[in-house]
Design a protein around this ligand. Structure first.
Ligand SMILES: [Zn+2]
Length: 366
């Protein structure tokens, strides 16, 4: 069999999600796969048009070389695994980093050694399925807007608090990717002049004050300084400072530990300052707070709301946006990526039907 199909599947895709979503009932029935690429693992799931995950696989990216080849092989393996059990019509891939406006190339990824990597073509040609590549925060906001905490909102901003801060925005059903596809890097807005040094090279970036990394760093500093207030947290970690993690601090805060609660309060306040800046720029109706840190719920979002109200420009003379916790948890990226691939599924089905007809008419040729 000749290998000509990838051009049809890979290069002719247009950016459907730049327009308000219009999915025909026929397309809606088709299953798509969403892939979420993390630093050390790949999660892939079969997703319905209602955002339900029917089946899911997780694969480690084994040798941690993080080379494009290793990650590509892992993605292809995971999708093929799912394809044995389901009829799949398109694949959406969510990856941290800068994705070009064509949604084909990973320009830069912070935890993978990818520099201008043509991921869409590579995966599409191997799977022979339409593939779309999306920034992970864009995929997550899409899922929250379609199926989660942002449903029905015309102007939605999502802030994802993981190791850093990722962000994305939807206006009237359209993802705002920016001219070059790299909008939404809210974590690197400067909130403190000459503040803490950030991995990006600048100082005082928002994610140095409100992220999962900050929570862990602050708790460990407190414990390492042998502060008595941190003793209960240290005890939970078995006396090992390096065993203090985000989930451990969250559990302590839930149990009422004052030091853990204080940490969330402080981070929540910085979160509120940042989203007040975002409100000044974008005036959304709803902020959805997602990512691992958001699982602390009101411990974090309560102080964030207070600080947001105090910092909001024109406060008391303008309507205030809602600040709510994300609903889809850690499947948001996967569900959103799968849904963003859905518009390509029908075209693929048509193209495949045409190819079948051709083969039936001209057996032996393409
Ligand atoms: Zn930065």
């Amino acid at each position: 069999m000749t290998e000509r199909r990838p051009s049809l599947l890979g290069r002719t895709l247009r950016d459907e999600s730049a327009r308000p979503l219009r999915v025909s009932p026929l397309t809606a029935q088709l299953l798509t796969v969403g892939v979420d690429i993390g630093g050390t693992k790949v999660a892939a799931g079969v997703v319905t048009h209602e955002g339900e995950v029917l089946d899911q696989v997780r694969r480690e990216t084994p040798d941690r070389s993080k080379s494009p080849q290793v990650v590509e092989d892992t993605i292809v393996g995971a999708v093929l695994d799912l394809a044995e059990r389901h009829e799949i019509h398109a694949v959406g891939i969510g990856a941290a980093g800068f994705i070009d406006a064509e949604r084909a190339n990973v320009l830069f990824s912070p935890h993978l050694s990818w520099r201008n990597e043509p991921l869409r073509e590579a995966i599409s040609s191997r799977l022979r399925l339409p593939v779309v590549v999306e920034n992970d925060a864009n995929a997550a906001v899409w899922a929250e807007w379609r199926f989660g905490a942002g449903r029905g909102e015309s102007h939605l901003v999502c802030v994802n608090l993981g190791t850093g801060i990722g962000g994305a925005m939807i206006v009237n059903g359209t993802l705002q990717r920016g001219r070059f596809g790299v909008a939404g890097e809210f974590g690197h807005m400067q909130v403190v002049p000459d503040g803490r040094r950030c991995e990006c090279g600048n100082r005082g970036c928002w994610e140095q004050y409100a992220s999962g990394n900050v929570l862990v760093r602050e708790a460990r500093e407190m414990a390492a300084a042998n502060s008595p207030v941190a003793h209960p947290i240290l005890e939970r970690a078995g006396g090992d400072v390096s065993a203090i993690t985000g989930p451990l601090i969250t559990a302590a805060a839930r149990d009422g530990d004052p030091a853990a609660r204080e940490l969330f309060e402080e981070i929540g306040q910085w979160l509120g300052v940042g989203i007040a800046n975002l409100a000044a720029a974008f005036d959304p109706g709803t902020f959805v707070i997602g990512g691992g840190l958001s699982e602390a719920g009101d411990l974090l979002i309560g102080p964030a709301r207070d600080s947001f109200s105090r910092s909001l420009t024109g406060r008391r003379f303008r309507p205030e946006a809602r600040v709510v916790q994300a609903q889809l948890g850690n499947t948001a990226g996967l569900v959103g990526a799968a849904d963003l691939a859905r518009p390509f599924a029908r075209r693929f089905r048509r193209a495949r039907a045409r190819a079948r007809d051709r083969r039936a008419r001209h057996p032996g040729g393409l």
